[in-house]
Design a protein around this ligand. Structure first.
Ligand SMILES: [Zn+2]
Length: 402
């Protein structure tokens, strides 16, 4: 299998067996036949093809059930890389992983201030080039590149429809990178990619219905319904940041007033902190910002709150309450079994989560809806790049009609 000529799994049986080895490996051919109800010769043939393509390997012998000890099969963790790219507002993060999802390298790059479409694509290209070079040095073919992109994304065309933080429209990411590198490229909204990461490697494993909520510069959600990522009819599902919380609230960058994002995002928190200081509250955030209101960041508020600074703790508690209102809407609409929180609030822990849960419990409609568990992600800071390369793994391990 060569870079660029890689064929996604076109056969349902092949991808079923590959996925079974991923989930249950080490596993024997006999167990595969038993679980899939395929005939032993069919399993033997498909396994031979998968061994040939080096996606799986034979490993130690399994326990014998009387006769000869069976040969066990595993995913080949020492062949093939996948690349995950996360295009944030002004930075690009990247990770190179093996096909078991273990990160081998992590990289960081910058995007120029207010870039043109071309400059942005060049920044992406520079980052991918570094990754491809590292893979080449290790002698590993790259099976695919997944890109998690902020803003509105068309995953079918692999295009950024509207990159809010860059104020750019119609960026042909897939087409551009595939032409440059001759490697398959998949593009998805960054929060949708986070939800995928949770469903493969995090706290969403085996869950049919859960929602990932990311709170950073904006507030967005990735919704998994019946084990599938929900996109909506024009890929805009999950824009939870623009649920109205208080129509008389502050103006949101979307132009409306009182959206969840205007209260609960990093900039929303900063605004409330600035107000508190102007009203005479004494807070260590003021020292952290060296007496300059315009220098206050969300990070400073988290830091101060964790040190026990009252006004900062109050700002976080309010953030939790506002988020609680937004999440209660989601919970009443979708009835998920779990909500997984990402972003700075995940680090603030109980300071945000406790007031958030109180509001959700007060607003959730029925007792069964109240069973929802609300947790913070444990995938860490690399969650977004994990989500990006999971796009490639998902395509590799699941049958694709397209
Ligand atoms: Zn809005």
């Amino acid at each position: 299998m060569q870079t660029g000529s890689f064929q996604w799994m076109k056969s349902l049986n092949k991808s079923t067996i590959l996925n079974l080895v991923r989930l249950k490996g080490p596993i024997s051919r006999a167990e595969i036949a038993k679980i899939t109800k395929l005939t032993p010769p069919t399993v033997t043939n498909i396994v031979a093809e998968l061994l040939d393509s080096e996606l799986i390997v034979e490993s130690d012998l399994g326990a014998s059930t009387g006769g000869r000890k069976p040969i066990m099969l595993n995913i080949n963790s020492s062949r093939f890389y996948v690349i995950g790219i996360y295009a944030r507002a002004n930075k690009i993060d990247a990770a190179i992983a093996n096909i078991c999802g273990k990160i081998i390298y992590q990289l960081e790059g910058n995007v120029p201030e207010s870039p043109t479409k071309e400059q942005f694509l060049e920044s992406l290209k520079a980052m991918v080039a570094k990754c491809v070079e590292l893979a080449r040095t290790d002698g590993q073919p790259v099976l695919g590149i997944g890109v998690g992109m902020h803003g509105l994304v068309d995953p079918q065309k692999g295009e950024s429809i509207y990159a809010t933080h860059l104020n750019l429209r119609q960026i042909p990411i897939k087409q551009f990178l595939e032409t440059e590198f001759n490697i398959p490229v998949l593009v998805e909204n960054d929060v949708r990619a986070l939800a995928l990461a949770e469903s493969w490697f995090g706290q969403g494993r085996d869950l049919a219905n859960f929602i990932c909520v990311n709170v950073s510069t904006g507030v967005g959600a990735g919704i998994i319904l019946d084990h599938k990522l929900y996109h909506g009819s024009s890929f805009a599902a999950g824009e939870v940041g623009h649920i109205p919380i208080d129509v008389e609230g502050p103006q949101c960058r979307c132009g409306n007033y009182g959206c969840l994002e205007a209260f609960a995002s990093g900039p929303g928190m900063v605004l409330r902190m600035q107000k508190a200081i102007l009203l005479g509250e004494k807070t260590s955030v003021w020292q952290k910002a060296k007496g300059d209101l315009s220098q206050i960041t969300g990070e400073m508020i988290y830091e101060a709150a964790l040190e026990g600074d009252r006004p900062a703790m109050e700002v976080l508690a309010d953030t939790g309450r506002y988020l609680g209102i937004g999440l209660a809407n989601l919970i009443n609409l979708f009835n998920p079994s779990k909500i997984i929180l990402h972003g700075g609030i995940a680090r603030a822990g109980s300071l945000v989560i406790d007031p958030l849960k109180e509001v959700v419990m007060a607003r959730a409609l029925t007792d069964s809806v109240k069973q929802v568990s609300i947790v913070t992600s444990n995938l860490g800071k690399q969650a977004a790049v994990v989500g990006a390369f999971t796009l490639v793994l998902k395509k590799l391990f699941t049958p694709t009609p397209d």
